[in-house]
Design a protein around this ligand. Structure first.
Ligand SMILES: [Zn+2]
Length: 429
């Protein structure tokens, strides 16, 4: 007897079983959305599909609760389709096969889709219930959350009555999230200005490797080293002394990752080879001493390379070194409402040379939109000062936490009454 149907509360799990039975990977979730609509129609609830494809269901208050504030419960109907290499599962046509393992419900060889199937099931169970007392309710089922957020972005005003939204799509049991950082990409482009590599020069690649890196939201507060900043710091200290010239940069790969590695092609007079090796050694020791507790796998290696025909002009290299040094890659401000939560940060993610340009990509995050926009100005300004063109793109809004909101008090009290413990109130950067 170890199937979903044996689990309690039965209404939630029986709906979750139906969700598992109807394939619903992102962009193929409309069959599930329409099934949910059918269940609500049969119950006599008002249902609407908005022009984007989101489903909105309304349910009137139960007797005596008409004067309460309307609340919308929200979940997304699509799931991430991932399977084991040996699985023949077809996400567009096959139902998810589930099994119970101890106190966990799992899927055989595939993702389960509990993100966000269980949230949708919980919301729908309330909408279909006859035995729960509630004020006016709405259920919002959004589409394409896992890919483009097209559903949420496309939601227009005028479709919802409620002022309070409960999003049933967080990670861990016992946690209530009340805020999330928004973000924006800052792409700075510098036209390449080059000159012939001096004849007496030899070339080496400086390889910064083994850094912890991490997610630019979750890990920015941990004080990890940034590979782009690290190699730049070496240049700031030694480039003038040893007449080191940069041919190209290649640091970082993803805008939302703290860069773990950087590869920089440099040249210098062959008479300086021993001094260069000595400088790398000194610098490595210095970095290991500074980051010894954090970056235990840091290595700074050098490798001989073919001499490039061209290097950056001295002027461009100097300017770039200063701009990168001025580009903060760390938290800029902590939240004054939630202790230990980063409010605003910037990640200097990518510094990369192309045939005709150098691109510097940063991702700024903030709980507060105006602080995000100001940080974008700061970072963009740093690179504009050295002649770069900057573009700010992909901006999405933050969700500023309100620790005093009435719904948070109600939720916390309700959670404690039900489960006997206080939920953790969280904000995610
Ligand atoms: Zn989700």
């Amino acid at each position: 007897m170890s199937s979903i149907e044996t689990l309690s509360p039965t209404p939630v799990w029986s709906i979750f079983k139906q969700i598992c039975d109807i394939p619903h990977p992102s962009k193929h979730e409309l069959k599930l959305r329409d099934h949910i609509r059918c269940l609500c129609d049969e119950k006599g609830l008002k249902t609407v599909i908005d022009p984007t494809g989101n489903l909105i269901v309304s349910k009137p208050a139960t007797e005596g609760m008409q004067d309460r504030q309307c609340v919308v419960i929200q979940g997304h109907v699509d799931m991430v389709p991932q399977k084991n290499a040996d699985s023949t599962h077809d996400f567009v046509n096959d139902p998810i096969t589930t099994y119970i393992d101890g106190e966990w419900l799992k899927a055989k060889g595939t993702t389960l889709g509990s993100d966000n199937g269980i949230g949708v099931a919980a919301g729908l169970a309330v909408m279909l219930s006859d035995d729960i007392t509630h004020g006016p309710l709405e259920l919002l089922c959004t589409i394409e959350e896992e890919t483009s957020m097209r559903g949420a972005f496309g939601l227009e005003s005028g479709y919802l009555e409620a002022d309070i939204l409960l999003n049933l799509d967080t990670e861990d049991e016992g946690e209530l999230y009340v805020g999330c950082a928004g973000g924006a990409d800052i792409i700075s482009t510098l036209q390449l200005q080059q000159q012939a590599t001096p004849d007496s020069h030899i070339a080496y690649e400086i390889q910064v490797k083994g850094l912890l890196g991490g997610h630019s939201g979750l890990d920015i507060e941990h004080g990890r080293a940034n590979a782009n900043q690290m190699v730049n710091r070496f240049l700031l200290s030694y480039a003038k002394k040893l007449d080191i010239r940069v041919a190209n940069f290649n640091g970082g790969t993803l805008r939302n990752a703290i860069p773990r590695e950087s590869f920089t092609l440099v040249t210098f007079d062959q008479a300086c080879e021993a001094a260069f090796k000595q400088a790398i050694e000194e610098f490595s020791q210095l970095m290991l001493a500074e980051y010894g507790k954090t970056e235990i796998n840091l290595t700074i290696d050098i490798q001989t390379a073919a001499l490039p025909n061209m290097v950056l002009t001295q002027e461009l290299q100097n300017k770039l070194q200063l701009a990168i040094a001025s580009c903060i890659s760390a938290p800029l401000r902590m939240s004054d409402q939630f202790e230990g939560v980063v409010e605003t940060s910037n990640n200097l993610a990518i510094v990369k040379s192309y045939e005709d340009r150098i691109e510097i990509i940063c991702l700024t995050r903030s709980l507060i939109n105006s602080a995000r926009d100001f940080t974008c100005q700061l970072i963009a300004g740093t690179f504009e000062m050295i002649g770069a063109k900057t573009e700010i793109s992909g901006a999405y809004p933050g969700w500023k936490p309100n620790p005093d909101s009435a719904i948070l008090q109600t939720m916390s009290k309700g959670y404690k009454a039900l489960f006997g413990k206080t939920p953790a109130i969280k904000v995610i950067h």
